[in-house]
Design a protein around this ligand. Sequence first.
Ligand code: S3P
Length: 169
Amino acid sequence: MNNIYLIGFMGCGKTSAATYLERVYGIPRIEMDRDIEADCGKTVSQIFAEDGEMYFREKETLLLKKIAVKEGIVISCGGGVPIRQENVEIMKNSGTIVYLQAEPETILQHVSRSNRRPLLEGRKNVEEIGRLMEVRTPVYEKAADMVIQTDGKTVAEVAEEVGRRNGLI
Ligand code: S3P
């Protein structure tokens, strides 16, 4: 309960903000992708390729149910978590959903050198990211209790805003 769920498009800065809050303020965090990778013994890309996206989505819901009973954690959710209404309800019932909003240009800067996001492989340009975002944006907006704009802000600025607006710091 009283958890902070960071949602938003791949590369919007969820992991960086949560890591900062843990490092600077000692607020415990959970990185959903990392926990799923540890549980499955393979990377997200391998899970998508070998077991399929549906399997990964099941893993996300199972993990969320375990997280929901914890207290005072900051969670960096995988970008697809709010697609399932069931997940949104689990998050709403156990904390606050904070949407980190970023423009495609910002996302591209953050994801350009990473190859750990199967849904972005071969799509790392502003147009494709914008197209994927058009589908996701209404999902994030509907789920969000709070929206934080991240374009042009440092990790520290975003994380401090998350912390302050939620009374964590
Ligand atoms: C996904 C986002 C990724 C990861 C997976 C699918 C998505 O997490 O869960 O590649 O559907 O948006 P990040 O948002 O941490 O990159």
